[in-house]
Write a protein that binds this ligand. Structure first.
Ligand SMILES: [Fe+2]
Length: 143
């Protein structure tokens, strides 16, 4: 479900690396849900969702630092998207959304996967284009 490929590249190695790690954690959550026939992994799934929440939060902060560094004009809109998603993951993490039903967990992970794919493809791509235009080269940001 979570498969990173070159089309997701934002041409910033640090961020590509973080996106790959996000996909990795997402894929681990997905697989655990898939093999969880009797809800016996529920606790483990929640632990992984907690890991996903923490890593996503860290990653968004890193991305926002880069956008700020380059005075990206749409930083606030972008940050708003990040915050909404973090709130969503936080709600799952603290048990507000999660229910002990396979179908509910499947829906959650599908939503998370499609959100991340859409966000990288249609929102992150905007700072990618902006930074590329400003620098006219591939960029190697070190935080
Ligand atoms: Fe982003």
């Amino acid at each position: 479900m979570f498969e990173w490929n070159e089309s997701f590249s934002v041409d910033i190695p640090l961020i590509d690396q973080q996106h790959k790690k996000l996909f990795d954690i997402g894929e681990r959550v997905y697989r655990l849900i898939e093999e969880d026939y009797n809800n016996k992994n529920f606790h483990e799934i929640m632990n992984l969702i907690d890991e996903l929440y923490k890593y996503t939060k860290y990653h968004f902060e890193e991305e926002e630092k880069i956008m700020k560094f380059y005075n990206f004009p749409e930083l606030n809109i972008h940050r708003h998207e990040h915050n909404k998603f973090i709130e969503y993951l936080d709600d799952i993490r603290i048990g507000e959304i999660a229910k002990e039903e396979d179908s509910a967990l499947n829906d959650l992970i599908s939503f998370i996967a499609s959100w991340i794919v859409r966000h990288i493809g249609s929102v992150d791509v905007k700072y990618k284009e902006y930074i590329m235009k400003k620098n006219n080269r591939f960029f190697d940001f070190k935080s």
